[in-house]
Design a protein around this ligand. Structure first.
Ligand SMILES: NC(=O)c1ccc[n+]([C@@H]2O[C@H](COP(=O)([O-])OP(=O)(O)OC[C@H]3O[C@@H](n4cnc5c(N)ncnc54)[C@H](O)[C@@H]3O)[C@@H](O)[C@H]2O)c1
Length: 472
């Protein structure tokens, strides 16, 4: 669905009128297209204390092909980056010679070396100097260590403090920029690259204020992959693929090289077949909540030599306040949105339908985090998806499989087009981007979690909500 206010506010006349009236002026978000560079502009690198990631970061930036600059507080970056063959220079607020006039597309702060809050001035200086120089749709990435893995409580404290900083930056930077925090387990550095590529690129257009936790990989060393086709050779099941977010997931996965098995209810078979034909995949007209479906899917996967990725996207709403809700409205939502996913996972994992290095990616919702009027059934099911992800992650890791969820906020689809106007407008504007997300935004996050190079991400729930105020 079109956001006509966004279009109006970005027209010449609309820009003037909204400016005069002090109305929101959302920036059209840049979105990834095949063949684009990861990031179109220089990344300023800073750090505090005794940073631990400079060498691996230099290697990653060299592979990513990003130009970097060293913040004045991090002169070490100049030599590390030069050794890695990166185009580099120095940059700093007071150091006008080197920093003046240079606009930045990314800000990366390595906070792993911070020992306690006494060293937090480095964080302040870096963002104080650079915040105004961030280009529209710029990217901020902060990397720290997981607080619970810090031996020293003082270090755990400063690491935890980074969450508040990141979320506030996400709200301040505006103009389509985002800010996200990565907690990286010591020794999991090889697992960082897929996340860095996602967060620095336009693929993360509608992901902001999030904390991504990366550990050692469930399936051994980070896979060596073709970053232009990270899902090449991977067989991917997407449920609910006939339209909306599911069709976008199929599109993005096909772009990234996946072989698709697309599923939707028999009533949607025509649309499903059209999507499958367009993307060179196969179509399965099945109801995920039917009793036989888990075994049918296992049979299809085994006959196909096993699948690598299962994306549980199919979902429904049957909104009513609980006092007015009929039993079938409760039960159908819980069955389709949650119980079916559990039964399919059990069949696929226990029956060997999911190959080694498998990925399960589920679609939750911010309703499952914040709750929502008229959605007790839906929020129950979507919070249950989060519970399922968190409770199954450790056991699945032992099989080399990961399970994660995305929690979309307001995404422009037929589901949200049916929402009454006033609630729809509130949902669209009450986030740091001032607009709804596109199905592609959810799909990009799912493709990142499904990547063979994302084996270090397990049990995470990542919101794709433009940093919605709801449930923040
Ligand atoms: N649109 C949003 O703003 C938003 C926000 C948060 C979460 N979500 C979630 O994202 C997912 C996709 O949402 P959407 O907006 O694209 O919805 P949609 O209604 O446009 O598409 C859902 C698809 O799932 C299919 N489906 C429903 N029941 C099924 C069943 N029993 N078996 C097989 N397929 C079934 C439908 O036929 C449809 O093609 C859902 O899980 C939804 O809860 C959406």
């Amino acid at each position: 669905m079109n956001d006509s206010y966004l279009e109006f506010a970005n027209s010449t006349l609309g820009g003037r009128i909204t400016g005069l009236l002090g109305l929101p002026q959302p920036t059209p978000l840049e979105r990834y297209q095949a063949g684009q560079p990861v990031i179109k502009g220089p990344v300023l690198v800073g750090a505090g204390g005794a940073p631990e990631l400079l060498d691996p970061l230099a290697d990653m930036f060299a592979r990513i092909g990003a130009q970097t600059l060293a913040h004045r507080s991090l002169p070490q970056w100049t030599s590390v980056a030069n050794a890695a063959g990166l185009l580099t220079g120095r940059w700093g607020g007071e150091d006008v010679e080197s920093g003046g006039g240079v606009r930045l597309k990314g800000l990366l702060f390595d906070a792993t070396g911070l020992a306690d809050v006494g060293q937090s001035e480095a964080v302040y200086k870096f963002f104080h100097d650079a915040a105004r120089s961030l280009l529209p749709c710029g990217r901020i990435v902060i990397i720290g260590r997981p607080p619970q893995e810090c031996d020293d409580p003082r270090q755990a404290t400063v690491m935890r403090a980074l969450e508040g900083l990141t979320r506030s930056l996400g709200k301040e930077v505006k103009r389509g920029a985002n800010a996200n925090l990565v907690y990286l387990t010591r020794g999991a550095e090889p697992q960082l690259e897929s996340t860095l590529r996602f967060l620095l690129s336009p693929r993360s257009a509608y992901v902001s204020g999030q904390v991504v936790r990366i550990g050692k990989a469930a399936d051994g060393d980070a896979a060596v992959i073709d970053w232009d086709a990270p899902l090449a050779g991977r067989k991917v099941l997407v449920t609910g693929a006939a339209r909306g977010i599911g069709a976008a997931i199929a599109e993005v996965m096909a772009r990234d090289g996946a072989q698709l098995v697309l599923l939707d209810v028999p009533q949607a078979a025509q649309d499903l077949e059209a999507v499958a034909a367009r993307l060179g995949g196969s179509a399965l007209a099945l109801d995920i909540a039917a009793a036989d479906t888990p075994q049918d899917l296992l049979g299809a996967a085994l006959a196909d030599g096993g699948w690598d990725v299962v994306v549980h996207n199919a979902g429904i709403t049957r909104d009513k306040t609980i006092a007015r809700m009929r039993p079938d409205q409760w039960q159908s939502v819980v069955n389709i949105n949650l119980a079916a996913q559990e039964r399919i996972n059990d069949a696929m994992v226990q029956g060997g339908g999911l190959r080694a290095g498998g990925r399960i990616v589920c679609v939750s919702s911010i309703s499952g985090i914040a709750g929502n009027m008229g959605q007790t059934n839906y929020a129950f099911s979507k919070a249950g998806v989060i519970g399922m992800v968190q409770s199954h992650a450790p056991a699945l890791a032992l099989r080399g499989t990961t399970i994660n969820a995305v929690a979309p906020g307001f995404i422009e689809t037929q589901m949200t087009a049916a929402v009454p106007f006033a609630i729809r407008e509130a949902g669209r504007r009450m986030n740091s981007m001032g607009q709804g997300g596109q199905p592609q935004d959810v799909a990009e996050a799912i493709a990142w979690l499904a990547s063979p190079a994302s084996g270090g991400i397990n049990g995470n729930v990542v919101r794709v909500c433009g940093q919605s105020l709801i449930g923040a």
